[in-house]
Design a protein around this ligand. Structure first.
Ligand code: BMA
Length: 329
């Protein structure tokens, strides 16, 4: 397959679909973009989030160390591909609370809302729950109250308030390798108190779409398109060899995002390449962020591969929306 040279167009890392590839999403030819040992202390760097920042990009990276302790690190890039990740983890100051306990941090997402970058992650507080913090400059970071009671994972903020309130997707879970999981939405007037919890979408019946029949979780920050909020999510099947994580897309109603308008029956990407199938946890594709340009009709999706490295995939937003509408569960 012939790949075009990667070009930077309107701030989005981009590579055209390879000749002969008929899939709606295609992988970057030089994946993985971040190797497991990109900083001296790391065992693995995956499930990480990036945003446009100044004249390039910033990110918050999950780097598990060689004691396999999970923590999050800031990083910077000019092109979205080559990253300089700080060698020390993020140190949080007190935000809207003095209770900033954290046994571990993993699977960050980053969302710019109004005047600052909000970070959500899976925070260890008597088990996993959703931690929240913010930064203006990716140098100083402030930690806020946890959003929910334990146990919860995959907290993903919407990039703007909905009906005057912050909105967050999350996935109530257990304290282990959760064998269930549906996506909920919650609202907050102030990023401290969360309520109005509503179920958004559930794992699917096995016979309808088996790749997402065990559990599902929100992936990247939703993108507003004409049809509503386009959201990439992960879906899991429990096979005879363990969990297998793939990626799908859903479109949620713009004003009432607990209403699912469309949701892909087929996956968009499943673990198929060596770096997705082989690693510390085989067979994992886990999206946590995307960069997009509505004008250019482009999206670049960042995902963790096999809980080991960070990879990139591309798609045309209009094609993904059309595919999601035409192949909806
Ligand atoms: C989930 C989380 C993710 C991980 C996935 C697959 O429970 O721990 O960070 O990618 O399992 O191991």
């Amino acid at each position: 397959m012939a790949y075009q040279t990667l070009e930077k167009v309107n701030t989005i890392p981009w590579q055209e679909r390879p000749d002969g590839n008929t899939n709606v999403i295609w992988r970057y030819s030089d994946n993985p973009i971040i190797e497991r040992d990109a900083i001296p202390s790391s065992n693995s760097i995956f499930n990480s989030a990036v945003v446009p920042f100044e004249d390039g990009y910033a990110g918050v990276f999950r780097c598990d160390n060689k004691a396999v302790q999970m923590n999050i690190f800031a990083g910077f890039s000019k092109d979205g591909l080559n990253w300089d990740i700080n060698h020390d983890p993020i140190s949080f100051q007190e935000g809207n609370t003095s209770m900033i306990d954290s046994d571990y941090k993993y699977d960050p997402r980053v969302t710019f809302i109004e005047d600052r970058y909000w970070i959500t992650w899976c925070n260890g507080y008597h088990g996993p729950t959703i931690g929240i913090g913010y930064t203006f400059d990716f140098k100083e970071f402030f930690q806020c109250e946890n959003a929910f009671l334990p146990f919860n994972r995959n907290g993903v903020l919407f990039p703007e308030k909905i009906d005057g309130k912050y909105a967050m997707l999350s996935r109530p879970s257990d304290n282990g390798h959760t064998p269930f999981g549906d996506i909920y939405i919650s609202y907050s007037p102030d990023m401290k108190y969360w309520g109005e919890h509503r179920c958004v979408m559930k794992a699917s019946p096995f016979e309808d779409s088996a790749w997402q029949c065990t559990k599902i979780g929100a992936g990247s920050v939703p993108i507003l398109v004409d049809e509503g909020w386009l959201m990439f999510y992960h879906g899991v099947i429990n096979t005879c060899n363990g969990f297998r994580y793939s990626m799908g897309a859903a479109i949620l109603d713009k004003d009432q995002p607990d209403q699912v308008k469309y949701r892909t029956q087929p996956y968009l990407i499943s673990p198929q390449t060596p770096y997705e199938c082989v690693g510390d946890v085989p067979n994992v594709v886990f999206p946590c962020a995307s960069l997009h340009s509505i004008e250019e009709d482009k999206v670049a999706i960042y995902y963790g591969a096999a809980d080991t490295v960070t990879a990139l995939a591309f798609g045309r937003i209009s094609e993904i929306v059309q595919f999601t509408k035409e192949n909806s569960l």
